[in-house]
Design a protein around this ligand. Structure first.
Ligand code: MTE
Ligand code: MO
Length: 368
C-alpha cells in the first residue's frame, strides 16, 4: 500500500484551497531592509505556497513610484522596429497564459555550505510555488518587431539603489537570451494564485522565467530593451555567477535538480512502525523522474511515490512509507533525478557566492 499521509495540492485555484491557508501568516525574516523573508517550514508541506507565505527576495527598497495599474507603463525599445509604451490594460488584452511555476532563489540553502560564504544565510525556505497568470513576453516582442541583429532582451525593474557601497546607483536589471525570452512560457505576469500581484512580488507586473533561478524573474517590470550585445550589468556578470574554487566561472541560469524532506521535521522522535516521509523535488526546465530515500545515511536507497502534479516547471510532492521496528537514531536522505538523467549530488559544490546549493539534505530521526 502506498503512503497517503499527505497529499499533493492541486494546481487549480479554488475558493476552498485559498481558504485552507496555513494559520501561520508570516515569513521567516532574513532581512528587513531590503525586505527578505523565507517561506516558513509549516508552509513548505503545501504544494501551492499561499501568497502571504511566498518567499521574498529584494535587493533594494520597494520602488518609490506609484505601482497602480492605471498609471503603470512598460516601454519596449532598443533594436526594435516599433518602440512601444504599453499600459497595464494593453497586457490584459493580449492572450492569457497560466502556468504553475516553482521559483527558487539561487542562494537557497546557502547556509549549508562549508566553508561559509557571505550573503543571506538562507535555510530551505527560499523556494515557493505559485500559479502565475500573465501574457507571453513573445507577444509583446512581436508587436515591437525585433531586428535581426538582436541577441538579448534586457529587463529593468522600477527599484533602484547602490548594489554595494561605492557602486553606482542603478535599477535591478537582468537580461535573457532571445531563445528564452521568445519561449511562450516566459511571461509578463499580473496574477499570482488567482489574485493580483502584491507589491512584494512585483505589482503590477513582473517577469516569470519558468525553470530559471529567481533572479531572472524581474519584478516591477517597467522597461524592456532589445540589445545587439550581451548585457554586462552588476546582477548579470558580477552577481549570479558561480565562481568555483579553481577560478572557473559560469552564469547562474536553470535551477538544478533538488529535493528535500518536509515531513516529519528534523530531530523528530517517532514511534516505530509505518512512518510516512514526504517532501518535494524539482528541476529547472525538466520534470522529476525519480526520488529515492535512504534510511541508512546513503548506503541503500528505495524509490518514493511521486504524487505529482507532474508539470514541467513545478515541483512534485513525493511520499515514502518507511517501515521500521528497530529503535535507534536514523539519518534519512532524499535524492532526486530528473527526466534528463541529472541526479541530485550528495554534496553541493562550493562556490564563492553560495549559489545552486542542491546537495542532498539529511534528516535526523529517533525511533522509539
Ligand atoms: N526588480 C527586482 N526584481 C527581482 C529582484 C529584485 O531585487 N528586484 N530579486 C530577484 C530575485 S534574486 C529573486 S529570488 C526573485 C524573488 O521573487 P519574490 O520576491 O517574488 O519571491 O525576484 C527577482 N526579481
Ligand atoms: Mo534570488
Amino acid at each position: 500500500m502506498s503512503c497517503t499521509c499527505s497529499r499533493a495540492g492541486s494546481p487549480e485555484i479554488t475558493k476552498s484551497n485559498q481558504e485552507t491557508r496555513p494559520k501561520i501568516r508570516t515569513l521567516k525574516a532574513v532581512d528587513e531592509d531590503p525586505m527578505i523573508g523565507e517561506t516558513p517550514p509549516s508552509a513548505l508541506s503545501s504544494w501551492l505556497t499561499p501568497n502571504p507565505l511566498f518567499y521574498i527576495r529584494n535587493h533594494f527598497p520597494f520602488p518609490s513610484v506609484d505601482a497602480s495599474e492605471s498609471t503603470w507603463r512598460i516601454t519596449v525599445d532598443g533594436e526594435v522596429g516599433n518602440p512601444q509604451e504599453l499600459r497595464f490594460d494593453d497586457l490584459l488584452n493580449l492572450p492569457r497564459r497560466t502556468l504553475a511555476v516553482t521559483m527558487e532563489c539561487a542562494g537557497n540553502n546557502r547556509r549549508d555550505l562549508e566553508p561559509k560564504v557571505p550573503g543571506n544565510q538562507f535555510d530551505t525556505g527560499a523556494v515557493s510555488t505559485a500559479v502565475w497568470t500573465g501574457t507571453s513576453l513573445v507577444d509583446v516582442l512581436h508587436t515591437a518587431g525585433l531586428k535581426p541583429e538582436s541577441v538579448e532582451i534586457l529587463f529593468e525593474g522600477a527599484d533602484s539603489g547602490e548594489p554595494e557601497p561605492g557602486k553606482e546607483i542603478q535599477s535591478y536589471s537582468r537580461s535573457l537570451p532571445i531563445e528564452i525570452a521568445s519561449h511562450p512560457d516566459t511571461i509578463i505576469a499580473y496574477e499570482m494564485n488567482g489574485e493580483p500581484l502584491t507589491v512584494e512580488h512585483g505589482a503590477p507586473v513582473r517577469l516569470v522565467v519558468p525553470g530559471w533561478y529567481g533572479m531572472a524573474s524581474v519584478k516591477w517590470l517597467q522597461r524592456i530593451i532589445v540589445l545587439t550585445k550581451p548585457f554586462k550589468g552588476y546582477f548579470q556578470t558580477y552577481k549570479y555567477v558561480v565562481r568555483y574554487e579553481d577560478g572557473n566561472e559560469r552564469p547562474v541560469r536553470e535551477m538544478r535538480v533538488k529535493s528535500f524532506i518536509s515531513t516529519p521535521r528534523d530531530k523528530s522522535i517517532l514511534k516505530g512502525g509505518a512512518i510516512c516521509l514526504s517532501g518535494f523535488a524539482w528541476s529547472g526546465r525538466s520534470d522529476i523522474d525519480q526520488v529515492e530515500l535512504s534510511a541508512d545515511g546513503g548506503d541503500s536507497w528505495e524509490s518514493a511515490d511521486l504524487l505529482g502534479p507532474s508539470t514541467r516547471y513545478s515541483w512534485q510532492q513525493w511520499n515514502y512509507r518507511w517501515n521500521t521496528s528497530k529503535r535507534g537514531h536514523y539519518t534519512i536522505i532524499s535524492r532526486a533525478r530528473d527526466t534528463q538523467g541529472n541526479v541530485q549530488p550528495m554534496r553541493s559544490v562550493w562556490n564563492e557566492m553560495g549559489y545552486e546549493v542542491n546537495g542532498t539534505m539529511s534528516l535526523c530521526l529517533d525511533v522509539l
